[in-house]
Design a protein around this ligand. Structure first.
Ligand SMILES: C[S@@+](CC[C@H](N)C(=O)[O-])C[C@H]1O[C@@H](n2cnc3c(N)ncnc32)[C@H](O)[C@@H]1O
Length: 291
């Protein structure tokens, strides 16, 4: 048996397994590729905050359900929220030059399916604002399993150094100083009002997220085991409108291939315009921000 030590004590193989089982059973997250040392480094501070003497006691506490928020916090701590504006910029170029022109004069809905702290959803929105403008009906929905990430995304406030990858013209148009704070920028209200965020676990049944014309599913399937990846990919594809586009991250194409879609580029797929009855999408619900 091996134990990894931190100031908060040791994480035994047994407790590591319990944490993995908890994440798998309660949040459908697969930590099999997550190293124990990472779990120790991410949880040690939380144990100190709670004054819990050992990892075993901490798992007992989460499992007891005495504070249901602790499970959400554990999910937050164990998922990686790394993201930035205009990550994989060729996707936004494709959105502007190939996808959007096919929707001229029609409403358009985009989904950032693991939106983390919002940079991906706002990058989509900036691209839509620049191509469709404000007079056209369009909206972006961002969802993530992490409550904290969703709360931060909905706030739309970032440190200026987060804007490095953003096209220069967009910074002046879509970002402004956050109040009197020189060390923070915010997304302009006209753009923010077109982007709605909500907590959603992709591994659970997707009740009424609606039909989308483009879905960005990037850097998230790595959290699931093989079966769950297929299940998540299938149910995400079901939310695509006929003729809709699926944009996968490079990490995604290494581990999953969507079926029933036509491949455009190495990472971008399109649903045929005519669908067999069993693949029909649900009607789009109207969204209101949840946080
Ligand atoms: C590395 S970030 C990717 C953010 C963005 N899509 C990008 O590519 O920059 C992965 C995000 O997936 C989220 N995530 C992990 N498991 C999830 C699940 N079961 N359902 C929804 N989101 C999940 C995490 O909370 C995290 O914010």
């Amino acid at each position: 048996m091996t134990s990894i030590h931190s100031q908060a004590g040791a994480l035994s193989d047994g407790d590591f397994e319990r944490i993995r089982a908890l994440m798998r059973d309660r949040a459908a997250l697969d930590l099999s590729l997550t190293r124990k040392v990472l779990v120790v480094s991410r949880l040690a501070q939380r144990l100190r905050q709670l004054n819990v003497p050992s990892f075993g006691d901490y798992v007992d506490f989460v499992e007891s359900g005495r504070d249901p928020n602790e499970l959400h916090l554990l999910v937050d701590l164990l998922t990686t929220h790394e993201t930035y504006f205009f990550r994989e910029p060729e996707h936004f170029e494709h959105l502007a030059k190939v996808i959007v022109p096919t929707y001229a004069g029609r409403s358009f809905r985009a989904w950032s399916a693991a939106s983390s702290t919002g940079e991906e959803a706002y990058s989509i929105a900036m691209t839509l604002m620049s191509t469709l403008g404000l007079s056209m009906p369009w909206e972006v929905v961002g969802t993530d399993v992490s409550r904290d990430a969703v709360r931060r995304a909905a706030r739309g406030v970032y440190r200026p150094d987060r804007l490095e990858q953003m096209p220069k013209g967009y910074i002046g148009r879509y970002c402004r100083r956050h109040g009197d704070d020189d060390s923070a920028i915010c997304i302009v209200p006209a753009l923010r009002s077109r982007v709605h965020f909500q907590v959603l676990n992709l591994a659970a049944p997707l009740a009424a997220v609606g039909g989308f014309d483009v879905i960005f599913l990037r850097n998230v399937l790595i959290y699931f085991d093989k079966d769950m990846r297929t299940q998540v990919l299938n149910q995400v594809c079901q939310q695509l409108n006929p003729g809709g586009w699926l944009v996968l991250g490079h990490a995604e194409i290494m581990c999953a291939r969507p079926s029933g879609l036509r491949q455009g580029t190495s990472t971008i797929y399109r649903k045929p315009a005519m669908q067999p009855a069993h693949m029909k999408t649900r009607a789009a619900p109207s969204y209101s921000p949840v946080l």
